[in-house]
Design a protein around this ligand. Structure first.
Ligand code: GUN
Length: 290
């Protein structure tokens, strides 16, 4: 069994981005600039956005964080988005999800200029992704592709099972792994909450991507010997023995599943660090447009 070490790979790519930024500065170009909008006080979202801002600094990007009250109206949020769309100094920006219930996520996603949509959530980017045209790929699926590619994992003709059909992970992942490309060319099955007898599907998987948000749901009996297992889940589970009162758990029971795998991502340190780094790569590309 080999670990798909997202922490180590993200550090390698971080250095590559830093070097690219230094080169741009030497050529007299501006620093790439990523902005983020955070609505409300969700603890996990605050942590994620804080990490994105920290990583911007580490690679030499400029960053802007706009924090808005939880009762911000949809109209006001759209006004802020339009200001970011028009601000020529901002290369790319994100609106951190989830949003408060009174705000419609699709309306917000469509208000973002797709050329600054470094999350890759705008219909223009999703449509282009489905067409295999140049676009911003959503960060989590893109990070998984990078983990597979840089570990030279064969994907062509493999049975791939994706669990979870969210717009930001499962659905794009299923499209990307079925593309006529590397990594891709898999036979993809997309499982979700209405799938009957999930284990029948997971046991057939050469590559299993799990994104359902249920801690330690995937057990050894559900996994094929020699499978590649990618665990996207990251849930805070109460743990009184930890100083912060919780631990981070993946969707896979790592200790019992890992011995059966050819490759597996740990949680934390697998997919998570890759997600942030792919967002930075998208921002670097967005800044190249000038
Ligand atoms: N919430 C969870 N993952 C993401 C992400 O990749 N982008 C944004 N904007 N919000 C998220």
């Amino acid at each position: 069994m080999q670990l798909l070490d997202g922490k180590a790979l993200s550090k390698t790519i971080q250095k590559e981005i830093k070097t690219a930024v230094e080169q741009r500065i030497q050529e007299g170009k501006k620093r790439p600039h990523l902005a983020a909008i955070l609505v409300g006080t969700d603890g996990a979202s605050q942590t994620y956005v804080g990490h994105k801002v920290k990583m911007c600094k580490a690679v030499g990007f400029q960053s802007t964080l706009l924090q808005l009250e939880s009762d911000t109206s949809q109209a006001d949020l759209i006004k802020h988005i339009q200001q970011f769309n028009e601000n020529e100094d901002i290369d790319g920006f994100i609106v951190q999800l989830p949003l408060p219930k009174h705000i419609d996520v699709n309306t917000i996603t469509e208000a973002i200029d797709y050329q600054k949509d470094v999350d890759g959530f705008h219909p223009q980017n999703i449509g282009r992704m489905a067409q295999n045209s140049p676009c911003f790929l959503p960060a989590t699926p893109a990070g998984i592709l990078e983990l597979l590619a840089r570990n030279k994992i064969e994907t062509s003709g493999k049975e791939c099972v994706v669990i979870g059909r969210s717009n930001i992970v499962g659905r794009p992942m299923s499209l990307l792994l079925s593309r006529n490309n590397y990594p891709g060319n898999c036979t993809v099955t997309l499982c979700h909450s209405r799938t009957q007898d999930l284990a029948v599907h997971t046991r057939r998987a050469d590559i299993l991507v799990v994104a359902l948000g249920k801690p330690e749901f995937i057990t050894a009996d559900m996994v094929k010997e020699g499978a590649v297992v990618v665990d996207v889940g990251i849930t805070r589970v109460a743990d009184a023995s930890r100083k912060r009162g919780y631990r981070l758990a993946g969707d896979v029971k790592f200790d019992e599943v890992a011995p059966k795998c050819s490759y597996i991502t740990p949680v934390p340190g697998g997919v998570g660090p890759m997600t942030v780094i792919m967002l930075l790569l998208n921002t670097l590309r967005a800044s190249d447009k000038e």
